[in-house]
Ligand binder design. Structure first.
Ligand code: PEP
Length: 252
C-alpha cells in the first residue's frame, strides 16, 4: 500500500524562532488530532532544520530540506550537501521545484546529480514536476511532464525509484490561488503512474506516492485527495499556518 503524504514547503519564509514555533504547533496538533495514516513532513529552510528536528517528534513529523547541492562536498561556497542534510536528522529533500528550475537554472543534468546524491545519503527525494500555463493551454502537458521524468528520474534502478515521492505541481496553480480541477489532477497523476508502470512495472507504479501541489487548502484538499491517484499534497502557503496544514492532513 502506498503512503499518503502531506508535506509542507515553507520556502523562504519564517525566522528560525518562528519556524520552531510553527513546527511545535504542527507537532502538537498532529499528535492530538492528526490522521494517523498520513505521513507528515515539514520542508524548512536549511537554517531551521536542526532546530525543527529537535522541536518535533520525528517518529510522527518528518523534516525535509528544500534543496541540496549537486556536488558531494568541496569548494562550493554557500552550498549545502545531501550528506550535511542527512547529518541534521532530516529525512527528505524537495528537488526540482519549479521555482528552483525557473529562478536558479536547475536543469535536468543538475537534478540527476541531486537525486543521485540524495538517494546515496539515505534521504527521500520529493521530486517535483509540472507544466507552465502556456504548455497547459497548448494541451501538451502530458508529454512535457513525462519528458521531465524521463530526463531526471527514469534513469534510476527500480529499487531506487521506489524510494521516491513524486509531486505533480502545475506551475500555474502554485501560489496563485488557482487550483487544478480534481479531474485535471487525477488525469495527470494517472498519466504519471501509467508512465512509471510502462518504464518499470505496475508493482513499482502502485507503490509510488504522487502528491498534488498548487494552492491546496483545507477547503479543496478533500476533493483533490479523493482521487484514486492523488496520494497527498505538497503544500506551500497553507503550510505556514498550523491549523490550515492540519486541515489538509485531515482531508482524507
Ligand atoms: C509549492 O510551492 O510547492 C506549492 C504547492 O505552493 P502553494 O501551495 O502555495 O501553491
Amino acid at each position: 500500500m502506498r503512503k499518503k503524504v502531506v508535506a509542507g514547503n515553507w520556502k523562504c519564509n519564517t525566522s528560525v524562532q518562528e519556524g520552531v514555533e510553527l513546527a511545535k504547533a504542527v507537532n502538537e496538533l498532529v499528535a492530538k488530532e492528526g490522521a494517523e495514516d498520513v505521513v507528515v513532513v515539514l520542508g524548512t529552510p536549511f537554517t531551521h532544520i536542526t532546530s525543527v528536528v529537535d522541536a518535533v517528534d520525528t517518529n510522527r513529523v518528518g523534516v525535509s530540506a528544500q534543496n541540496c547541492a549537486a556536488e558531494a562536498s568541496g569548494a562550493y561556497t554557500g552550498e549545502v550537501s545531501a550528506a550535511m542534510v542527512k547529518s541534521t536528522g532530516a529525512e527528505y529533500v524537495i528537488l526540482g521545484h519549479s521555482e528552483r528550475r525557473e529562478y536558479y537554472g536547475e536543469t535536468s543534468d543538475i537534478l540527476n546529480k541531486k537525486v543521485a546524491l540524495t538517494l546515496e545519503n539515505g534521504l527521500t527525494p520529493i521530486y517535483c514536476c509540472g507544466e507552465a500555463l502556456d504548455i497547459r493551454e497548448a494541451g501538451t502537458q502530458k508529454a512535457y511532464v513525462i519528458n521531465q521524468l524521463e530526463e531526471t528520474i527514469f534513469n534510476l534502478s527500480a529499487e531506487d525509484f521506489k524510494k521516491l515521492i513524486i509531486a505533480y505541481e502545475p506551475i500555474w496553480a502554485i501560489g496563485t490561488g488557482k487550483t487544478a480541477t480534481t479531474e485535471q489532477a487525477q488525469e495527470m497523476h494517472k498519466d504519471i503512474r501509467d508512465a512509471i508502470a510502462a518504464k518499470y512495472s505496475q508493482e513499482v507504479a502502485d507503490e509510488i506516492s504522487i502528491l498534488y501541489g498548487g494552492s491546496a487548502k483545507p477547503s479543496n484538499a478533500p476533493e483533490l485527495f479523493a482521487n484514486p491517484d492523488v496520494d497527498g499534497g505538497l503544500i506551500g502557503g497553507a503550510s505556514l499556518k498550523a491549523e490550515d496544514f492540519l486541515g489538509i492532513i485531515n482531508a482524507y
